[in-house]
Design a protein around this ligand. Structure first.
Ligand SMILES: Cc1ncc(COP(=O)(O)O)c(C=O)c1O
Length: 417
């Protein structure tokens, strides 16, 4: 065996990866003939459904036309069109391409720090939310909650200040905290996953809390980075989580669902005023960041096809259908099991399983996965948090089935582990 797998302890009798032959819609098909309903959207990337023909076709066409060019000296229509569409969608006028969620965040942090450096202001402090996850590169790790994942690197991570997770958002508690924040002059940027922290266990907070924090950060003269790597592309019921909010970010990171789940691509969108500080022939003020595959035309073509699907009323109808189904399932669960908390935002549903051991390595992670696989559903719980994040090709019946598998898992005695 020569493949070193992500987030996986390796040892002689470790569980083996399941060979997959193909995927279609909401299902992945194993080489031994099983169909698995994917409750994880392939690590939160797949949006409309696996192998969606419209995106597959756009990729095939682009692959025959232009595979890749060096993006510092050349440009091409897929990148130009995509940048234009994303700018119009977000009101952020500059688009920096990278490869994935971590690099989109890395670029945002570097831009924020260099913005103040270029202006000759001494500001290096980054502010983030407790429980945050922004990726696995060093900057992204630094801005993420410290955990077993980051432990070997602790001494090398830069210091970050943590704001408490703003739920519940008690105005009386937060008012002095936000007033102190607004008076600060050393903060470069605040970074957060708006409204929904994914890796932390699908934790939600309100647009009011986001707006209040962002206003204080702005008063402190700092930049606001929205990490919508996970929340983008319909997960919260709107195209972007910040679409629910009044206060918009200065920098916005997108990846995962950007190509509909077909190809890796990251973008960092930047407000005009921020870009202006880099808009000079002075070589020391340029952003020296890039990747070999920056602006890859095939990935851009996939992202354009994804955005075109979001222009179709059918896409929004499917989103509304699944959002409603998740809401009904959450309500029904809560009325039947008042002591087992359920969270719901957009098409994300998360159940906090009763657990003797909590945290990312809670035994439910392995046990519910195994139980689900035997019943045709692929779960990958975040510790004791079981979640269901469907692709839009899913049906309300499939969501109900997935919830029933969790229910039976608990009923069969798993509640005690
Ligand atoms: C909010 C958020 N930001 C960044 C990342 C990192 O993205 P990637 O795994 O593509 O590097 C993730 C991944 O889960 C994420 O959830």
């Amino acid at each position: 065996m020569a493949i070193w797998r992500p987030y996986t302890p390796h040892y002689p009798d470790m569980p083996q990866a399941i060979p997959i032959r193909r995927a279609q819609g909401a299902y992945i098909y194993t080489t031994d003939g099983r169909a698995l309903w994917d409750a994880t959207c392939a690590w939160w990337v797949c949006v409309h459904g696996h192998c969606h023909p419209y995106i597959a076709q756009a990729i095939a066409q682009q692959a025959h036309q232009l595979d890749h060019v060096l993006f510092a000296d050349f440009t091409h229509e897929p990148a130009e069109k995509l940048a234009d569409r994303l700018s119009r969608l977000t009101g952020l006028s500059w688009v920096f391409f990278s490869d994935d969620g971590s690099t989109a965040v890395e670029v945002a942090l570097k831009i924020a720090i260099q913005y103040f450096h270029n202006k000759g202001e001494k500001r290096h402090r980054i502010l983030a939310l407790e429980g945050a996850y922004h990726g696995d590169t060093f900057g992204a790790m630094s801005a993420s909650a410290r955990s077993l994942f980051t432990q070997p690197f602790t001494e090398l991570l830069f210091e970050v200040e943590w704001l408490p997770f703003p739920e519940p958002f008690d105005e009386a508690v937060w008012a002095p905290r936000l007033a102190a924040l607004a008076a600060r002059r050393d903060i470069a940027a605040f970074i957060a996953e708006p409204l929904l922290q994914g890796v932390a266990g699908m934790r939600t907070y309100t647009p009011q809390a986001w707006d209040a924090i962002v206003r204080a950060v702005r008063a402190a003269g700092a930049l606001v980075i929205a990490d919508e790597v996970f929340t983008g592309f319909g997960r919260t019921g709107r195209l972007l989580a910040t679409d629910h909010c009044t206060e918009k970010p200065d920098l916005l990171c997108l990846s995962k669902g950007l190509t509909g789940g077909f190809l890796p691509l990251g973008v960092t969108l930047v407000r005009e005023e921020v870009f202006q500080v880099f808009f000079t022939p002075a070589v020391e003020k340029a952003l020296y960041h890039g990747h070999s595959y920056t602006g890859n035309p095939i990935a851009c073509a996939a992202a354009l096809a994804n955005l075109e699907l979001w222009e179709k009323p059918e896409t929004w109808a499917r989103l509304a259908l699944l959002e409603e189904a998740q809401r009904a399932l959450a309500q029904s669960w809560q009325s039947r099991y008042p002591s087992i908390p359920v969270r719901h935002l957009g098409i994300v549903l998360a159940i906090e399983l009763p657990a003797a051991v909590k945290g990312y390595f809670a035994p439910h992670r392995v046990a519910l996965k195994r139980y689900g696989l035997e019943r045709g559903v692929f779960f990958r719980p975040l510790g004791q948090v079981a979640y269901i994040l469907p692709v839009l090709a899913s049906t309300p019946e499939e969501l109900a089935y997935a919830v029933s598998v969790i229910e039976n898992y608990l009923a069969e005695g798993a509640a005690s582990i």
